[in-house]
Design a protein around this ligand. Structure first.
Ligand code: FAD
Length: 401
C-alpha cells in the first residue's frame, strides 16, 4: 500500500543547520519534514565547543577578515533567540557561559593589544583591566598576562537541540538509506523520497529538498546523482579532560599563529565535575599524533599555561572529528553559510554552528524569491507507524567509560 505525503519542504539532516531551518519553516507555516539517519544533533553539532562566534577568533592575524565581518551579527541573533525574542525560540536552552574570553599568556599578545583596542573591534572585545573582573580561574597570583572578554556566548548544545526539536517530534522521520529509504530522481530533480515501514510505502513529495547533512552530504549527493558542489573535510583531534578543579574555563589562549594556541570550553558531566574540551591549534596540529601523544601534549601545555590547576586525578580522552564544508582552495575555512541551488534542491553547509541562522536566512530568501509560500501546517504530522530519531548524547558520553 502506498501513501503519498505532500509537503512544502523536506530538510535532510538534523544537525544545527537542519534544525534551525526546520524550526523556522514550521514557525512560518510551511508543511516541512526533517529526515535524520542517526541521532538529532549527533554529528559535528554535539561535538562542537558550543561557542557562538562573533568572528573575533578570525582577527588574530591583526586584520578584520571577511569571515569576521560576516559572522559579527550572529552573537546578538542567538542572544535574541535565547531570550525567546527571535522567531526561533531557544529560551529552553542552557547557557554555559555568557562570554568566551581571550587570554594572552605573558607578552604574546602585545602585538594584538593595539588592534583589539581599535575602533573596528569596539563592542566586540573588551580588555579586562581589574583582576576582580577576571573569570575565577584567572584570579590567581600565578597568572601573568592579559584577558579580553568577547561577546560570544557558550551553549550547552544538547539543550539547544532539545529546544529546536520541542513540539516538532512528529514531523521528524528516522531514515535508513541502506534499507528502507531511497531517493527517486529524474534528471537531478528529486521526484520523491520513498520510505518503507513493514508492508507500507510512503512517497514523500516536496516543492524543495534541502540537504543539511554535514559530512553525510557527500554520500547523499551520490544517491541524488549530483557531483557538485564538492565537499571538504578538515579534521581535528580534540582533547577532553575531566578533573576536580572547581572552576570552568571558557577561553582562547593566544599563541603566535592566527589560530588560537588552544580553545577551551567547559562542560558539566552531571556528577559535579567539569570536562574541559580542548580545540584550536592543538587539535588542528594533532592529527598525526596518537591519542596518547595528543594527551601528553595537552597535559604539558595546560600545566605550563595554568600551573595552579591540579590535574593529578584527571581523566583524559581524545576525539577525532571532521569539519565538513564546501571545498575551498587550500583547505581554508569558508567565510559564511553556503548554499547551492540545484534542480528542486539546495545543498548547504553552515560552516560554523554560529552561522546556522545565516544558513536558514539564505534558504528562506530562495523560497521567497521563488514565491514558494507556506501552505499551512496545522495538525500536520507523520503517520503513526514511522520511527522518530533520538536526541544526541553529550560528546563525552562514551569517552570515559
Ligand atoms: P552536523 O552537525 O554534522 O549535522 C548533520 C546531521 O545530518 C547529523 O545529525 C547526521 O546524522 C545527519 N545526516 C548525515 N547524513 C545523513 C543522511 N544521508 N540522511 C539524513 N541525515 C543525515 N562552530 C561554532 O560556531 N562554534 C564552535 O564552538 C564550534 N566548535 C567546533 C568544534 C569541533 C570539534 C567541530 C568538529 C566543529 C566545531 N564547529 C563550531 C563547527 C560546527 O560544529 C559545524 O559547522 C556545525 O555543527 C555543522 O552543523 P551541520 O548541521 O551542518 O552538521
Amino acid at each position: 500500500m502506498t501513501q503519498t505525503i505532500e509537503t512544502d519542504v523536506v530538510v535532510i539532516g538534523g544537525g544545527i543547520a537542519g534544525l534551525w531551518l526546520f524550526n523556522t519553516l514550521n514557525k512560518q507555516g510551511y508543511k516541512a519534514l526533517l529526515l535524520e539517519n542517526a541521532a538529532l544533533g549527533g554529528g559535528q553539532t554535539i561535538k562542537s565547543q558550543g561557542i557562538v562566534h562573533g568572528g573575533t577568533k578570525y582577527t588574530l592575524t591583526g586584520t578584520l577578515t571577511k569571515a569576521a565581518e560576516c559572522i559579527a551579527g550572529m552573537p546578538d541573533r542567538w542572544r535574541r533567540a535565547l531570550k525567546g525574542e527571535d522567531e526561533v525560540d531557544l529560551s529552553g536552552a542552557d547557557i554555559l557561559s555568557q562570554s568566551q574570553y581571550l587570554w594572552s599568556p605573558g607578552d604574546v599578545g602585545s602585538r594584538l593589544t593595539t588592534f583589539f583596542a581599535s575602533k573596528a573591534l569596539r563592542g566586540r572585545v573588551e580588555q579586562l583591566k581589574k583582576p576582580e573582573a577576571f573569570p575565577d580561574i584567572f584570579r590567581h597570583e600565578g597568572f601573568r598576562g592579559k584577558i579580553y572578554q568577547l561577546n560570544e556566548v557558550v551553549l550547552d548544545i544538547q539543550t539547544v537541540v532539545k529546544a529546536l526539536v520541542n513540539g516538532l517530534e512528529n514531523r521528524i522521520l528516522k531514515v535508513d538509506w541502506s534499507e528502507s529509504t531511497r531517493i527517486v530522481t529524474d534528471d537531478n530533480k528529486v521526484e520523491f523520497i520513498e520510505h518503507k515501514v513493514g508492508d507500507k510505502t510512503f512517497h514523500i513529495k516536496a516543492r524543495k529538498f534541502v540537504t543539511t547533512a554535514g559530512e553525510g552530504t557527500e554520500s547523499l549527493m551520490k544517491l541524488w546523482g549530483l557531483s557538485q558542489p564538492e565537499m571538504q573535510r578538515r579534521p581535528l583531534h580534540m582533547v577532553m579532560v575531566r578533573h576536580r578543579h572547581p572552576e570552568p574555563l571558557f577561553a582562547h589562549c593566544l599563541g603566535t599563529k592566527p589560530v588560537p594556541r588552544m580553545t577551551i570550553t567547559s562542560h558539566p558531566d552531571g556528577e559535579g565535575n567539569w570536562i574541559w574540551y580542548l580545540g584550536g591549534e592543538i587539535a588542528e596540529d594533532g592529527m598525526e599524533r596518537t591519542p596518547e601523544e595528543q594527551i601528553r601534549v595537552a597535559r604539558r601545555d595546560l600545566v605550563a599555561l595554568l600551573p595552579w590547576v591540579n590535574l593529578d586525578e584527571a581523566q583524559w580522552a581524545t576525539l577525532f572529528v571532521n569539519r565538513a564544508e564546501p571545498r575551498q582552495t587550500k583547505l581554508l575555512r569558508p567565510d559564511a553559510a553556503f548554499i547551492h541551488e540545484t534542480g528542486n534542491g539546495i545543498i548547504s553547509w553552515p560552516t560554523k554552528l554560529a552561522l546556522a541562522p545565516n544558513l536558514s536566512d539564505e534558504v528562506m530568501k530562495v523560497l521567497n524569491r521563488e514565491q514558494l509560500s507556506p501552505s499551512g501546517n496545522e495538525g500536520f504530522a507523520l503517520p503513526d507507524e514511522v520511527e522518530h530519531p533520538e536526541i544526541c548524547q553529550p560528546f563525552w558520553s562514551e569517552a570515559f567509560t
